[in-house]
Design a protein around this ligand. Structure first.
Ligand code: AMP
Length: 214
């Protein structure tokens, strides 16, 4: 099973991917997480990518397709949930070529939808752990102990540079200009389903299950 999760930043793709991993016995492949890991490790790719990420711009397609190519080879045919990828039509086309080469295919594409204002509210209250990357939301999913990571115990949760208000506006603009057309790409191929991303994590989860009929 190869599933793509589409939708604006902060819509809840990462959260739903966690549930779907269990349900589908699949691995989550998040290009945002792969890039943030490269930034933390200080690799050349990470240093280069950081400029784009901090500005809320997209990292160039060839860099992203290179990362995905490596990851897919490493995963050797396991079921995959793509989160935050593809972000441009060129990435979607590149993914098709990669899948062809591996004798695999994209089975389902799920688009989660919400209004821009919801994205702005959610991203501004998002905090993450600089050590392990776990994500919290001060309003809807706060850590059990204030400012302490539930997963690894690190003290000092941070706001991602790209979750700051001025960058959020640019990420939304980039999403509408460059990523929204990707939904059309998969709609034309007949494998797009949609679910409303508004509401509690559980509400969205049950809509996702119905949309995917799992
Ligand atoms: P995310 O955590 O998915 O919101 O990604 C954070 C940032 O990483 C984005 O704002 C982009 O700068 C970059 N990024 C993540 N995935 C991609 C992608 N598929 N294509 C281009 N840039 C990406």
């Amino acid at each position: 099973m190869r599933l793509i999760l589409l939708g604006p930043p902060g819509v809840g793709k990462g959260t739903q991917a966690q549930f779907l991993m269990d349900r589908l016995q699949a691995v989550q492949v998040s290009t945002g997480d792969l890039l943030r890991a490269a930034v933390r490790e200080g690799t050349a790719l990470g240093k280069d990518a950081k400029r784009y990420m901090d500005a809320g711009e997209l990292v160039p397609d060839d860099v992203i397709l290179g990362l995905i190519g490596e990851k897919m080879t490493e995963l050797k045919g396991r079921s995959v949930i793509f989160d935050g990828f593809p972000r441009t039509v060129a990435q979607a086309e590149g993914l098709d070529r990669l899948m062809d080469g591996l004798g695999q295919q994209i089975d389902r594409v799920l688009e989660l939808t919400v209004e821009d204002q919801v994205v702005i509210d959610r991203l501004s209250s998002r905090r993450s752990c600089p050590q392990c990357g776990a994500v919290f939301n001060l309003i809807s999913a706060p850590p059990k102990v204030e400012n302490v990571c539930d997963v690894c115990g690190h003290v000092g949760l941070i706001q991602r540079d790209d979750d700051k208000p001025e960058v959020i506006a640019n990420r939304l603009r980039v999403y509408h200009d460059q990523t929204a057309p990707v939904a059309g790409y998969y709609h034309d191929r007949g494998n797009l389903v949609q679910a409303d991303g508004l509401g509690s994590v559980e509400e969205v989860r049950s809509r996702v299950d119905s949309a995917l009929a799992i």
